[in-house]
Design a protein around this ligand. Structure first.
Ligand SMILES: [Fe+2]
Ligand SMILES: [Fe+2]
Length: 420
């Protein structure tokens, strides 16, 4: 979910895997990391934005064209290997020392199950005599939703439905993972309860879209299966510093996206769907606050480490969780979905810059002191990035408009929609 200026961001060859095992304890994380990166002869590490082509969308880190597909499932090639377990032992100890703090400060962001809305609260009641009438009303309301709106809503729903991938991702973070599957640590509790809250999002959107009769559910279900099979590549390196920067950004991005689908549903006359998207957006906001609180704490106890992590994730750009999306037909499905989201104003390059700026302000990044030279460079980078992204977007707007491009999408029975 980002700005698709330089889609291929970090290709590290498999030598990194060997380098990792020789990580020196004495070196700090950045020095070690940079020396690893420098040592890789065929390294292609793109850290700066380039202006062309400025097709601004969520398609930040798409899989390379040379990806291998096994039965349609994306499999990372050797060439595309990423760094893993990059956290240094002392940082890991610091993370582990935050257990009690997480219990007191992160878990309160969860909502007790009995106080949570459930999908059924928003759907026709199947045991009631009025079920068929309620479904009829739902379908009448949804009849006016335009195809491009449906494409974006389905894309959002599919993203939510790939939740197993996100729980797996959280459990890749060293020091905060749920080690047993039922770990009593605050981090373990958070991950499971966060997943349980998130599970309602895909569930509700899926059932609602099914009842509308407007979308090709089999194509949607295939996309979900492909996506969960493919996973995601957030480039968080098993490192909770990077991971919680990623989740802070991502939860805000979904808050914005669901907020916009709510607003658009209202404009198209489906007030019920607006309520549904609004409820989901509110959850995302609460989750964003929790993840931001964690990074805020990291800035407090380890300002340099937190700054380097923030800078690193922003250099790599925040990839949308569903960037490996595929429906068995369209290899550009995610790009097309992102284009429609951009064109309809659901999630745009401006949103990307706004989120970044929001996080810079939220963590008071400009005022952080006591940084190493690398930390100061990261600070400078993140503090000046949002205006640079905006400037690039403005420049793109000034360019002659490209001829509109249309394409078919399997989710809406191969009807044509305008991509841009
Ligand atoms: Fe969600
Ligand atoms: Fe979320």
């Amino acid at each position: 979910m980002a700005v698709a200026m330089t889609p291929k961001i970090c290709c590290v060859n498999s030598t990194v895997g060997l380098l990792q095992t020789r990580r020196p304890n004495s070196s700090d994380w950045t020095t070690w990391r940079q020396s690893c990166l420098r040592s890789v002869s065929s390294l292609k590490f793109q850290t700066s934005f380039t202006a062309s082509p400025l097709t601004v969308s969520m398609a930040a880190t798409l899989p390379p064209k040379a990806e291998r597909l096994i039965s349609g499932i994306y499999v990372q090639s050797e060439r595309h290997k990423q760094m893993t377990h990059s956290i240094l032992p002392e940082k890991l100890e610091l993370i582990k020392s935050l257990d009690a703090w997480a219990g007191e400060n992160v878990l309160p962001y969860l909502k007790p199950v009995e106080k949570c809305w459930q999908p059924q609260d928003q759907l026709p009641e199947p045991s009631s005599d009025g079920f068929y009438d309620e479904v009829k009303e739902l379908r009448a309301r949804a009849a006016n939703l335009p195809d491009d709106y449906l494409v974006v809503l389905v894309g959002d729903m599919i993203t939510e439905e790939a939740l197993p991938t996100y729980q797996s991702m959280l459990n890749t973070f060293d020091g905060t993972n749920d080690e047993t599957g039922a770990s009593p640590t605050p981090w373990g509790v958070w991950t499971r309860a966060w997943t349980a809250e998130e599970n309602r999002h895909g569930d509700l959107l899926n059932k609602y879209l099914y009842l509308t009769g407007r979308v090709n559910m089999k194509a949607v279900e295939k996309t979900i299966q492909y996506l969960i099979g493919s996973g995601m590549e957030p480039q968080t390196e098993n490192n909770p510093y990077l991971g919680f920067v990623y989740t802070s950004f991502q939860e805000r991005a979904t808050f914005i996206s669901h907020g916009n689908t709510a607003r658009h549903a209202k404009e198209f006359g489906d007030a019920k769907l607006a309520t549904i998207c609004g409820l989901i957006a509110a959850d995302e906001k609460r989750h964003e606050n929790a993840y931001c609180k964690i990074v805020e704490k990291l800035f407090e106890v380890d300002p340099d480490g937190a700054m380097l992590a923030f800078g690193d994730m922003m250099r790599k750009k925040i990839a949308m969780p569903a960037h490996l999306m595929y429906d068995g037909v369209d290899r550009n499905l995610f790009t097309n979905f992102s284009m429609v989201a951009q064109r309809t104003g659901t999630y745009t390059a401006k949103d990307y810059a706004d989120i970044l700026e929001h996080l810079v302000n939220r963590w008071n990044v400009q005022k952080v002191e006591g940084l190493s030279p690398e930390g100061r460079r990261a600070q400078e980078f993140v503090c000046t990035l949002a205006p640079r992204v905006r400037k690039l977007e403005e420049r793109a707007q000034l360019k002659p408009k490209r001829a509109p491009k249309t394409g078919t999408v399997s989710w809406i029975f191969d009807r044509e929609v305008q991509m841009w």
